[in-house]
Design a protein around this ligand. Structure first.
Ligand code: CU
Length: 410
């Protein structure tokens, strides 16, 4: 078969494929149009296209690439047949693509850091959070330097040392110095990172309690799909719980035989006084959930049948954070960070960090878990509500505000 005949045959075949494909798509289009006319019109918006449309676009692109490839092959064959050198230097093409990939890739990294980087969480709103951020930044800086350097070397070498007929490869099987450098340097860097991580984690979890500034206990119970928050009441201690005591009216299974439980209060949101250490007691009723407070860099699993503890100190009030982020609607939230079932997305609650005085007036308004119904269940005397004299509470509030002012003036 002569070359010309070969080319003509190929071209005819390619054209036939194209025409068939085009005819088929128009048939599809006609069918779709007919279907649309018959069926009641549903406006799916401008963006909506059927799956078939995308499959056809994909096939059309494949066909286009195949035709280009065939055309190039034909071009090369015709040059070869005329005794001319083959026109395209594929080594150069591939080397240039490597160089291009390096430039586009590095730009992509820059884009990620600037565009998505600006969507990162604001500065930590807790004491220990600053340490976690420092570790995160250090790790990011080291890995970015290594990432950029290795990619410049990888793609740069592929470009510079592409095949050349004028050059012979240099046989270089082994070098002890290089081996030592690329073993010892990463080992040292990783040792520093791991040790720093270990020490940071230890400093967060093994803290000596300041007897003059005892942490505020708050118990958080997770269940599919909600959180319950329990404040300790005036005694400052969250009372015992026992899952066997769980009833419709005592959903957390609080043991009211324990005196510490009787003044425990329920809350619909988590309100924290700024600058005061908080001791979270985390428990779960059903499956493992994960208590997650991103702005405070707090995350710990809640495990059924177990109490897990996390202590931290919030350092910025919600109002301060609203100013800092320039967002008057900013709210701290805590979430569940473990896919725990169909309603998982809904497991979140508001956290409000406020001044000490605001906290005191808020906590005074919260209801206790214990009510008359539960008093009967636990055989406790149904006492008349303790009379709180207006004068007494006002005096207390004034005292609280005064203490707060003294603290502020200091
Ligand atoms: Cu969840």
């Amino acid at each position: 078969m002569s070359l010309r005949k070969f080319i003509t045959n190929k071209t005819t075949a390619a054209l036939a494929v194209l025409i068939t494909a085009f005819a088929n798509t128009s048939v599809f289009a006609q069918d779709a149009a007919a279907g649309a006319a018959a069926a009641p019109k549903v406006d799916m918006g401008e963006v909506y296209k059927s799956v078939i449309f995308y499959i056809l676009v994909f096939l059309a692109v494949c066909l286009f690439i195949a035709i280009i490839g065939k055309a190039l092959k034909v071009y090369e064959l015709s040059r070869e047949a005329q005794g001319k050198s083959v026109g395209i230097n594929w080594n150069r093409v591939h080397a240039s693509l490597f160089a291009l990939f390096l430039v586009i890739g590095l730009y992509g990294v820059y884009w990620e850091y600037t565009v998505h980087g600006s969507m990162l969480l604001p500065d930590a709103a807790s004491e220990h959070g600053k340490k976690i951020d420092r570790m995160f930044n250090l790790t990011l800086i080291i890995t970015t330097i290594v990432f950029v350097a290795t990619h410049i070397l990888l793609f740069g070498f592929s470009y510079i040392y592409k095949y050349s007929a004028k050059r012979k490869a240099y046989y270089y099987p082994h070098n002890n110095t290089i081996e030592k450098i690329w073993t010892i340097v990463p080992a040292l860097v990783l040792t520093v990172l791991v040790l720093m991580g270990f020490l940071t984690w230890r400093s967060i979890f093994f803290k000596v309690e300041d007897p003059n500034n005892k942490p505020l206990q708050i118990e958080v119970t997770s269940e599919q799909f909600k959180w319950s928050i329990r404040y300790p009441g005036a005694d400052g201690i969250v009372g015992n719980k026992n899952y066997k005591l769980t009833t419709a009216s005592n959903t957390l299974g609080i043991d009211f035989k324990d005196v510490n439980s009787r003044d425990d209060e329920m809350a619909d949101e988590m309100v924290l006084p700024v600058g005061k250490p908080v001791k979270l007691i985390l428990t779960s009723k059903d499956v493992i959930h994960s208590f997650y407070m991103p702005h405070f860099r707090v995350q710990l699993n809640t495990v059924p049948g177990m109490r897990t503890i996390f202590e931290f100190t919030p350092t910025k009030t919600t109002a301060e954070m609203q100013q800092e982020t320039n967002d008057p609607n900013f709210k701290y939230l805590f979430y569940c960070a473990k896919i725990c079932g169909s309603g998982h997305y809904n497991m979140q609650k508001v956290v409000r960090v406020v001044s000490d005085a605001e906290y005191k007036s808020w906590i005074a308004e919260q209801k206790t878990y214990l009510n008359d119904d539960l008093r009967k269940q636990f055989n406790l005397p149904v006492a008349p509500a303790p009379e709180k004299s207006v004068a007494d509470s006002t005096a207390k509030d004034t005292a609280a505000v005064k203490t707060n002012q003294v603290a502020l003036n200091k």
